[in-house]
Ligand binder design. Structure first.
Ligand SMILES: Cc1cc2nc3c(=O)[nH]c(=O)nc-3n(C[C@H](O)[C@H](O)[C@H](O)COP(=O)(O)OP(=O)(O)OC[C@H]3O[C@@H](n4cnc5c(N)ncnc54)[C@H](O)[C@@H]3O)c2cc1C
Length: 412
């Protein structure tokens, strides 16, 4: 156990998101499910609140006092190549999972950045690089082990409602010690980004939007608008430019992306056949701790592209395909009818101005909490779910996390 008098306290509490970090009274750097149980029991015995941190990408507001369960050293991955599944321990990042599964030519439903914690990503739904083909990561979870805030270690599948809630309902019900996911026969994919200078190609984003209207499920893509600073770590062709980055992941033939090339010559083209292990190159997101806030909306269409702010990073994802179909085993993921996800991301500590989203009010049907890096109001959290699902989620939260001992990044 670490306290603020102990060496290593700061290292253990600071994750990727550097805004408003946890300031716990005690940190348990766990390496096993038994140690998670002990940490929860410690908190129960002292009537302390509990927060959990994997890699810290999704932190919204740190806890003051209480117990922080830091899972990053509990990061084993066990692959069953015959069953095509992997058991992922609480603190494993997608990089840990990719490294373990690649030798078998198998791939998980990981996302844009391999440094992200696989468990929290999946509890929040998990929108990955092959999402339109296979659906949300939460749609392909077979088993979950969880220590509920009363200190009991449980198999979530023993209570189908708890199992339903954990897959999409986030970290509101207990501390997950590990989960079993499906793997897919994807040794390689075609992917990368086309970077267009908006000064030369002002219609690049419209072209991407129009192209997404009629695509096979094998193509999953996103588009980011990024005002790159004119500084050294930025790749030379992008420095000081306002860039539209078209982020492409294609299973099978790359032919479907050919029409995009008619936009013109990109300043940088990183598309190629890639081992899935290297799929982090597609979005090529920066790998250093940072301070950021974001706000997200799920949209039914993307008619207006002219109102997007120019001084923020805009992240768009094309949804649909398998994301819109009900999974074999139902879960709490909301708004499957959304066609696009719109995220506005800003560096620094100020929340994103909600008025930015006004032009899309008519097409907004909710939000995706994994892309919301800020403390949302209860109403804003509620908007991530269908109303009847929200009621059920809150009932389950009251059942398993009755006194709200466990504080999630997005509290129901
Ligand atoms: C650069 C970047 C790229 C991203 N790309 C994607 C993407 O492509 N698709 C996508 O869906 N999301 C993406 N995300 C969002 C990411 O999936 C979420 O922020 C996720 O919660 C991060 O998990 P973490 O372990 O890294 O973060 P943490 O901040 O450690 O965890 C986030 C929250 O999850 C809960 N939690 C963590 N571990 C546990 C546990 N063991 N049991 C119970 N609750 C737990 C806690 O409430 C915690 O506050 C991205 C985020 C970033 C910053």
């Amino acid at each position: 156990m670490l306290t603020n008098q102990t060496q290593g306290y700061d290292d253990a509490r600071l994750g990727y998101q550097r805004l408003d970090p946890h300031r716990p009274e005690a940190i348990f750097e766990v390496t096993s499910a038994a140690e998670i149980e002990e940490a929860v029991q410690y908190a129960v015995d002292r009537d302390h609140r509990i927060a959990v941190q994997g890699s810290g990408h999704g932190l919204t507001r740190g806890i003051d006092g209480g117990v922080l369960i830091a899972t990053r050293r509990f990061n084993g991955v066990r692959v069953d190549a015959t069953a095509k599944t992997a058991w992922i321990e609480a603190g494993a990042t997608w990089q840990d999972v990719l490294t373990a599964t690649a030798p078998y030519g198998l791939a998980p439903l990981s996302g844009s950045f391999p440094g992200v914690g696989a468990v929290a990503y999946t509890l929040g739904g998990g929108l990955g690089l092959m999402a339109r083909k296979f659906g949300y990561a939460a749609d392909h979870v077979r088993r979950i082990e969880v220590v509920t805030p009363d200190g009991k270690r449980r198999k979530a599948e023993d209570d189908p409602d708890l199992f339903w809630a954990l897959r999409g309902g986030g970290g509101n019900f207990g501390v997950v010690t590990g989960l079993e996911i499906d793997l897919f026969d994807v040794p390689t994919l075609y992917g990368g980004s086309l970077y267009y200078d908006l000064a030369d190609h002002p219609h690049a984003l419209e072209a991407w939007r129009d192209w997404t209207q009629d695509l096979p499920d094998e193509v999953t893509s996103g588009a980011a608008l990024i005002p790159f600073p004119d500084i050294e770590p930025v790749p030379a062709p992008l420095r000081g430019k306002h860039i539209a980055q078209l982020q492409l992941a294609v299973l099978g033939s790359p032919d479907p992306i050919e029409p995009l090339r008619s936009i013109g010559t990109p300043v940088l083209d990183t598309t190629s056949e890639l081992p899935y292990l290297e799929s982090g190159k597609i979005f090529a997101e920066p790998d250093r701790p940072d301070s950021y806030r974001s706000h997200n909306a799920l949209l039914t269409d993307l008619t207006d592209l002219t109102s997007l702010p120019k001084n923020a990073i805009i992240g768009l994802r094309h949804l649909g395909g398998a994301l819109s179909r009900a999974p074999q085993v139902p879960n709490a993921v909301g708004h499957r009818n959304a066609a696009y996800s719109l995220t506005v991301l800003k560096p620094g500590g100020n929340d994103v101005d909600r008025r930015i989203f006004d032009p899309w009010r008519a097409s907004t049907i909710g939000r995706f909490l994994n892309f919301s890096y800020e403390k949302l109001t209860p109403t804003e959290v509620a908007e991530a779910y269908a109303p009847q699902d929200l009621t059920k989620l809150r009932e389950l939260r009251d059942q398993y996390n009755a006194d709200r001992r466990l504080i999630a990044n997005h509290e129901l």
